[in-house]
Design a protein around this ligand. Structure first.
Ligand SMILES: Cc1ncc(COP(=O)(O)O)c(C=O)c1O
Length: 398
């Protein structure tokens, strides 16, 4: 498996900076680098590898689909896509699905939905199209996504962005209320902000948002691209609040590593898109749909939602204890297996030291380290990660 002759010369646009090493193999919660070193992977491709790496049943189902049909256009019927839509609607609430390839594309479709809704509400387009998002949000790198992402590091260099976006304080309903105008068509928030540093919407806030949107007949759109698909122990993170939003964006964990995105739209708004309104070459292809169906079936067979609830109920309190034990830690935030360790200073060195100890984590905004293990992580692996973090923190504080 080793290939130590990792080429230095690169024809890649230097968009991602320098990588510390190549990952060349994965199995379960572990990956191996180009030197053959094994790491416990608590990045999961940034909340993508729901079942860990190369889950044998997942591989077998995807391989079998590859032998039948990989791609055909959405101009033709795709049974697996219909099956996937049915399953997702069953998990969410009465409504309909539209598939795409990524989180940014899902959000782009949701922003188009908001415009269609606004135009229908007042009977003409171009006036009722504003969207209120949250401060510190991250919704992707397309022009729509960037416009909804009020972060200098994301927007810098790309002006002019789309008009009509305003930003309010997460978990502050008064702040959202104050931004509503005649022109507002939708409110869009991540149920748990991921890139921004793991900031969950409270249950109360989600309920208040639902009531506010009802009052003003505007869409409540939830971006569950990172926090959805079982990561919090509910199928979708908002379900803790027992509300029903009007539309939801999904991607990342849905395909377990195979690219697929989706939007769910409540029945009432599901005919806003008509033939020709939107489209995609690859979205919901036979292979992508088979991969996502396999993820959902395996999650069900292995009872992964309950497992996430049980594992995190034991793990989260122990992570919270780190705050009292180590000066370096300011706070612990998150739900289920989506955890942010808030550090008092830039955590780059901490992340590097953890990597040296063979634990992979992901940075996020606001001095946060994200822990995003696969949903089928074991108790032993969580224990090992915790003791590795403790050891590393003790060394850092020496
Ligand atoms: C909440 C959220 N929305 C949208 C996106 C964009 O998804 P993608 O990178 O698949 O375009 C991300 C990616 O990190 C995300 O975390």
């Amino acid at each position: 498996m080793n290939h130590t002759n990792r080429s230095k010369q690169s024809y890649l646009i230097p968009n991602y900076g320098e990588a510390p090493f190549d990952i060349i193999k994965g199995q379960g919660s572990y990956v191996w680098d180009h030197l053959g070193e094994r790491y416990l992977d608590f990045a999961s491709g940034i909340a993508v590898n729901t079942l860990g790496h190369c889950n044998p049943e997942f591989v077998s189902r995807v391989s079998s689909q590859m032998n039948d049909l990989i791609h055909c256009s959405n101009l033709f019927g795709i049974q697996k896509q219909r099956d996937l839509a049915e399953k997702l609607v069953h998990y969410i609430a009465p409504g309909k699905m539209l598939f795409c390839n990524s989180g940014a594309e899902a959000n782009e479709a949701l922003l188009k939905l908001a415009r269609l809704h606004g135009a229908k509400r007042i009977g003409k387009e171009g006036q009722n199209f504003h969207v209120i998002c949250a401060e510190n949000a991250f919704h992707g790198r397309t022009f729509g996504g960037m416009s909804a992402t009020p972060q200098e590091k994301v927007q810098n260099g790309f002006a002019p962005l789309l008009e009509g976006f305003s930003f309010a304080k997460l978990n502050d309903i008064g702040s959202f209320r104050s931004k509503i105008t005649e022109q507002t068509a939708a409110i869009m928030v991540e149920t748990i902000q991921g890139e921004g540093g793991i900031h969950p919407c409270s249950t109360e806030f989600l309920r208040e948002l639902r009531a506010l949107c009802d009052e003003h007949q505007i869409l409540l759109i939830l971006d569950e691209v990172q926090c959805g698909i079982g990561r919090t122990g509910n199928f979708l993170a908002y379900q803790k609040a027992e509300i029903v939003p009007d539309a939801i964006g999904l991607a990342k964990g849905l395909g377990g590593g195979y690219p697929i995105g989706a939007i769910w739209v409540k029945e009432e708004f599901s005919n806003l898109f008509q033939p020709g309104s939107h489209g995609t070459t690859f979205g919901g292809s036979p292979l992508a749909s088979a991969a996502a169906l396999a993820v959902l079936d395996i999650m069900e067979e292995q009872n992964l939602l309950s497992q996430v609830q049980e594992l995190s109920a034991r793990w989260l309190p122990r992570l919270h204890d780190l705050k009292a034990e180590y000066d370096f830690i300011e706070d612990i935030r998150g739900e289920g297996l989506m955890v942010g360790i808030v550090c008092k200073q830039n955590p780059a060195n901490f992340i590097q030291q953890l990597r040296n100890s063979k634990l992979i984590t992901v940075p996020a905004g606001g001095n946060v380290i994200r822990l995003l293990p696969p949903l089928n992580v074991t108790q032993e692996q969580l224990d090992w990660a915790l003791s590795t973090m403790k050891q590393t923190l003790s060394n850092l504080q020496k």
